[in-house]
Write a protein of this length. Sequence first.
Length: 480
Amino acid sequence: MTEFIGRGQDLEVLQREFDTRRASLVILYGRKRIGKSTLIQQASRSRLAIYFQATLIDDSLNLAALKEEISRVLGEDPVLEAISDWLGVLHYVARRAEQKKGLILALDEFPYLVGGNSALPSVMQKFWDSKVAEGGALKIVLCGSLISQMEELLAERNPLYGRKTLAREILPMPLREAAEFVPQWEPAHQIMLYSILGGIPYYLSLCDPPQSLAENVERLFLAPSAPLQDEPEFLLRSELNEPRRYASITAAIADGATKASEIVARVPGLKEVTQLSPYLVRLQQMRVIMRERSLDADEHARNHRYSLQDPLFKFWHRFIRPNLSALARGFGADVWVRNIQPLLNDYMGPAFETIARDHLRDHAQERFGVPASEIGRIWGSDFEIDVAGRLLDGSAVYGECKWENSTVGVSIRKHLEEAIAKIRYAEEARAKHLVFFARKGFSNELQEVANVDRGIQLIGLDELVRRSHPRPGGNSTPPL
Ligand SMILES: Nc1ncnc2c1ncn2[C@@H]1O[C@H](COP(=O)(O)OP(=O)(O)OP(=O)(O)O)[C@@H](O)[C@H]1O
């Protein structure tokens, strides 16, 4: 098993909750493979914990399996064996938690349990309101990947509304944590891997660091029966009721439809934008797609555009979907050489911009001494600013990113200043920071300019993936 990586903040929040003296009802959710179970297990290490993973079987079978797990952790007990309902089991666990002076009960895939027994949220409410757990020894964690159903649990109409003591969505890992799955790789390859798999720990854990990026891509996507060859379709099928409709919508967006009207025109069976809206909302909830507005535009302007957000979906639609027939016939190696490798730098351009924006969102404090209030981009009819935003002190940030094979010179600054002159955004800002991101670093001339001008920051790849401890074995990335 891979060693546990990252998740510092999530762990801290959970452990703080487990340390409180009151009873806890934690709702933890996040898309499939995001690492919820691993996180709960890590957070409850060195504590007494019952971790139960529900499945799609009948309610009575899930309850029986939970009782078995309780017996395994707490020891066999005829009292437990005689209990045949959820409320009884919850009361039993609460009593044992008091005796043991602390116990975590984690019910993973809670929506499966509710699917088999729709009364379960009311049972939990009844249990909670009976104040049996008030002593604070019992910590209940309800966990699930069906995000819509977990959010439903928190909704006002649901019996559990207002009872939770903590609700937390588990998000994809940031680049710096993801890079730790392939610690000996050079930063460019770590960033490329992140732009292909995203921050989903399960996908990252499938990587074999001694192998090259190409070998990993071939094994994960291109070989016959490769584990991620159908992953986006699998995800849609496992989370949603109309996977075909969702798949058509993501395909339309991947193929360049950015406005709702353009998407409707490409998806069979849809006629009106209003019909499309619920699907778009759900896909945004799952962070498969995102809706963006140029920061310069009026908030109510109708110039939003949709794009794929999830890196795996982006990579799959760009390189796997068009080649599925060749892959099925065993031509994975040829697909890599002819159809993927020559286009990877082109793919990385926008992916690198996303990484730059994420970096400023997460690390503005460390760079500028003040957090960011908004980071996005600005576009007009004849220009685009890759990175733009404001910091909490009212200053403005603008940036440009270059995933090119050569160092970046002073002309990049002129180019960015020309674009800034065309916009109205943050005209009143007191200060302006310019930030440049480059794969191959910066010319001496630009470095000298940045040494003198404190309003300019140059960021190389090493800084983006910088980790707290050095890479074991130094730079020993296998060739691409
Ligand atoms: N923090 C982590 N560090 C290292 N590996 C991790 C981490 N989190 C998850 N993984 C890897 O990802 C795999 C999937 O994680 P996990 O089963 O926890 O996800 P999940 O969100 O519960 O998934 P699902 O909803 O599909 O059941 C784990 O088996 C583990 O290999």
